[in-house]
Design a protein around this ligand. Structure first.
Ligand SMILES: C[S@@+](CC[C@H](N)C(=O)[O-])C[C@H]1O[C@@H](n2cnc3c(N)ncnc32)[C@H](O)[C@@H]1O
Length: 454
């Protein structure tokens, strides 16, 4: 037999990517006031996030696999249902995963070991269950110190015989097991699976409790939500069903924002949907990417955009700054922008005529984007307004439409401020000299990022 670690490294060496599956059970076979599927609909959201993050497939056993007994046993039917994976993680449907949990498949990466978590939170129950099942597993000594919870099981395809034979043991003895369980009321698959592994001398590795934080009420870590920072896999077992249902749903409302995938620039550009060759009024995708890259560490700063249009560049800015004020004379434009940016809550839409004498009362801004009126007097007025509003040590002004043959006023005004050393160029952004957008031609760069000279 190959040494397991060696076989794992061999797979990596050959460039083979392991196929990984996380699966759970959500079969409503029993008549319960609170159904498993309802809880599962919530916990599933956390697992879908986890699976997407670590490139793992997700599967739910939602149909009965056998007529007799309870659904608990169906987890051992996995090799009939999904035989083609290299590694498997079973999780009970009342387990939720922390949004920042590490990839358990990486964390415990040796093959041919069954990874589980000890269950010693209710030792009298464990002791009674072990003793009750002794009559079904005569002659096998199950050590209570090695008793594990069956709600999280990490295994691989080398365990196929183990799982298939345990399933078969259940199928062959289902009537008597079911009758026995109804009588003793000491669990379902868990204690029998513990006995079975003791009998088979399975190579078991005990994982950190963080990967199956069981009986959290008994451990007094449900209150104050201590479990959130204490564990990766939160197992909501050992609590009354109606409380469990309400608690999980309430918790989800509190933490679900953490499971939203943070959009990257590709995602944002795709959701904006128009490059400058389709809509000449907005900045180009290249311009947006350059702004995204330059302002990557500005999450604590405030930006003001002069000229909203549809709120397309506003969207990019909103993911880079703590707060964005976008200014426009036209309220319809602001309404359109609000719709495009309904996913964020850090944009303030300001109806305002930039070329009036009114004061734009915004404090604390360190970055401005000038893209409203394109006449010489407008750009001069915008720059002067910015210079009167800036705060902080380093302030920047972003200019759009700097190098276009159709907007030469912008360049004229900006160049004057550069010549008089009021601002200095730190980066040319967007498309560069020579690029065409239909009739519009670039004589210089599409945009500039300038630093205000103090
Ligand atoms: C080129 S568009 C802005 C494009 C936008 N920054 C983008 O990247 O998608 C110019 C915007 O400035 C607005 N605007 C024009 N004159 C204005 C004024 N006096 N005060 C405020 N906004 C004005 C226009 O309504 C228009 O929405």
């Amino acid at each position: 037999m190959e040494f397991p670690l060696y076989s794992l490294y061999l797979c990596i060496y050959k460039g083979y990517v392991m196929k990984k599956l996380i699966y759970t059970l959500a079969v409503n076979k029993e008549k319960r006031e609170v159904d498993d599927a309802g809880i599962h609909e919530v916990t599933k959201q956390s697992w879908l996030h986890y699976c997407e993050k670590y490139d793992i497939d997700f599967y739910v056993i939602d149909k009965p696999q056998f007529d007799v007994g309870t659904p608990h046993w169906f987890r051992y039917f996995i090799f009939d249902l999904k035989p083609d994976y290299d590694r498997y993680l079973y999780i009970d449907s009342d387990i939720m995963v922390h949004w920042d949990s590490p990839d358990i498949f990486d964390y415990y990466n040796e093959l041919e070991k069954l990874y589980v978590v000890r269950d010693n939170s209710g030792l009298s129950w464990v002791w009674e269950s072990i003793n009750a099942y002794k009559q079904l597993f005569e002659g096998i000594d199950l050590d209570w110190e090695k008793y594990f919870n069956s709600g999280v099981q990490l295994f691989d395809k080398s365990h196929k015989d183990l799982y298939q034979s345990f399933k078969q043991f259940y199928v062959d003895n289902s009537e008597s097991i079911f009758a026995f369980q109804k009588q003793v009321r000491k669990g379902f698959d868990q204690t029998p699976f513990n006995y079975f592994n003791t009998y088979n001398n399975t190579d078991i590795h005990f994982m950190s409790e963080r990967f199956n934080l069981v009986h959290m009420a008994r451990k007094e870590i449900l209150q104050n939500y201590y479990f959130i920072d204490m564990g990766w896999f939160w197992h909501f077992n050992g609590i009354p069903r109606d409380f469990q249902d309400g608690f999980i749903k309430q918790l989800w409302e509190k933490i679900k924002k953490n499971y939203v995938k943070t959009p990257d620039i590709d995602f944002l550009i795709e959701s904006i949907g128009e490059d400058k060759d389709i809509n000449s009024t907005t900045t180009s995708n290249k311009f947006k990417r350059d702004v995204w890259d330059f302002f990557k560490d500005f999450k604590n700063q405030i930006c003001v955009e002069f000229g909203t249009h549809k709120g397309q560049t506003t969207k990019i800015l909103s993911y880079r700054f703590k707060k964005v004020y976008t200014i426009n004379i036209d309220e319809d434009s602001l309404t359109t922008a609000k719709k495009l940016n309904a996913d964020v809550d850090n944009i303030e839409y300001v109806p305002f005529n930039l070329y009036s004498d009114d004061i734009l009362d915004i404090k604390g801004a360190s970055v401005f984007m000038i893209d409203a009126g394109h006449k010489y007097k407008h750009v001069v007025s915008d720059i002067d307004r910015c210079l009167s509003m800036i705060t902080g040590d380093k302030c920047y002004i972003i200019f759009d439409d700097y190098g276009f043959n159709t907007q030469t006023d912008v360049k004229k005004a900006v160049d004057e401020y550069i010549s008089s050393n009021k601002i200095k160029i730190v980066k040319e952004i967007g498309h560069q000299k020579g690029h065409d957008f239909g009739d519009m031609h670039l004589l210089d760069s599409e945009g500039l990022i300038c630093e205000v000279v103090k």
